[in-house]
Design a binder for this molecule. Structure first.
Ligand code: GLN
Length: 452
């Protein structure tokens, strides 16, 4: 591989200079949880720098998943994705800021800091892998940035920061060493400056892992052999175009993207996918994601995980762990623990959890039918440009959750998706979302490459 391909424009990676720039950029935008330069290894990716979302375990380096409760957690092992990148010759540089446990859309639900968008410091970086997306945009040098998506957390920051973000099929990439948000939805993916960087990064981390039995044995294709596609049949879910809150500038850029495809002689058609509307996909996603999240967080009790207090100060275990949890979790995490516990409780389970799981299955079926006819489905990545940090603070949870309408569908279905920049609105980047059938990472990368 030539380094130039990942980096466009840069000839040599100088690790010292990279570190310096990373520190400067961080001072300005608060994007890194911890900066720590790892060893320079030899291999295919020869010293290409990489960083990882805070929720991805890194040996001896803070892994707090944006939460106070894990503030001092330093794992004794590397997540599989980190290990694979290190083995490929890539050089580790640290951890990126995120929403607490992935609960959020702007990275403002963070126990430590508020990351700022490199295109406009008054705006959010997106979430939950906000630092992971923004650092790619802020650095002049190339890097591979590991993110994680449960309901859209790679697409969202890719769009808000004007970078490329690929979310693989569920089970394509090992989750071993990921601080879980919702196990049936979590996927680790890659953010990078260009399509080649995203493809190369994914190629290294994808594939079966003995330590994660949900990983597929399906062969990993050579994603980085990018090819231009001809005669594509592209579907545009009609429900997305009718979305309330779809900003004018975003819509215009999307229409231009469609025109571009048409000019290249691809066929573009609207398709009716009723379950992708905000009425079904969003509630189904939030019920399932919160139910799983609330069980995952049960282990953060200050015994095996989570910060400790002096047990002598408490009457019994219940009092001890409720104090640890009250102190350690932020507001959004608490909200999700309450709602998630409620929806899977006896008496309510049928009404919420089971129903949401049924809707999820129907969404999957609807996609499967669509892919019988279309190569890929496209939409805007996010309905808006990155809002101002102050505006984001004023939004209520329901308004924020609604912003995920374009991304929760493919995430619920475990489909691969890629967000690529498709212009600017009001000086801020917007994104084009390309969704493919299961295990069609190569195809969506090729479509993105064709579009570039
Ligand atoms: N915004 C969504 C949520 O809060 C998605 C986050 C994610 O993918 N981690 O759940």
């Amino acid at each position: 591989m030539t380094v130039e391909k990942v980096v466009e424009g840069e000839k040599e990676i100088d690790s010292k200079k990279f570190l310096e720039e990373l520190k400067n950029v961080n001072e300005e935008y608060n994007l890194m949880r911890e900066i720590k330069r790892g060893e320079q290894n030899q291999g295919e990716l020869d010293n290409i720098p990489f960083v990882a979302k805070d929720a991805i375990c890194t040996e001896g380096v803070t892994t707090s998943a944006g939460s106070k409760i894990l503030e001092n957690y330093r794992p004794v092992f590397d997540a599989t994705v980190v290990e694979r990148l290190k083995q490929s010759g890539a050089q580790f540089f640290g951890k990126t800021e995120q929403d607490e446990f992935g609960f959020g859309t702007f990275s403002t639900n963070n126990a430590f800091t508020t990351p700022k968008n490199p295109h406009d410091k008054e705006r959010v970086v997106g979430g939950s892998s906000g630092g992971a997306g923004a650092i790619v945009a802020a650095m002049d040098r190339p890097l591979i940035s590991l993110g994680e998506s449960t309901g859209g957390s790679i697409t969202n920051p890719a769009s808000y920061n004007g970078v490329v973000g690929i979310t693989p099929t569920y089970g394509r990439v090992s989750r071993y060493g990921l601080v879980d948000y919702a196990n049936s939805l979590d996927k680790i993916g890659v953010l990078a400056k260009n399509i080649y960087g995203a493809a190369k990064g994914l190629e290294i981390i994808a594939g079966h892992d003995e330590n994660d039995q949900t990983t597929s044995r399906e062969k990993v294709q050579k994603y980085s052999d990018l090819e231009e596609k001809e005669d594509l049949k592209i579907g545009v879910p009609k429900q997305y175009l009718e979305l309330e809150g779809l900003e004018e500038g975003v819509k215009e850029n999307f229409e231009k993207s469609l025109e571009k495809f048409e000019e290249m002689s691809h066929e573009v058609e609207e398709i009716d996918m009723p379950l992708l509307s905000a009425d079904y996909a969003v509630p189904s996603y939030y019920v399932l994601a919160m139910a799983e999240a609330s069980t995952n967080l049960a282990k953060m009790s200050g015994i095996r995980y989570g910060f400790e207090m002096d047990p002598e100060d408490f009457e019994d275990f219940n009092e001890y762990f409720s104090e640890v949890r009250s102190e350690g979790f932020g507001e959004e995490a608490k909200r999700r623990i309450l709602l998630g516990t409620y929806t899977r409780q006896a008496g309510y389970r049928d009404q919420y959890y089971i129903k949401a799981a049924e809707v999820r299955q129907k969404i999957i079926n609807q996609y499967k039918e669509a892919f019988e006819e279309y190569d890929v489905l496209v939409s805007p990545s996010m309905p808006n440009i990155a809002p101002k940090i102050e505006e984001a603070k004023d939004m209520n949870p329901a308004e924020i959750y609604a912003m995920d309408t374009l991304t929760v569908g493919p995430n619920l279905a475990g489909l691969p998706m890629i967000s690529v920049p498709n212009g600017k609105s009001n000086g801020m980047p917007t994104g084009l979302h390309i969704v493919g059938d299961h295990f069609e990472e190569k195809k969506i990368l090729d479509v993105a490459y064709t579009y570039r």
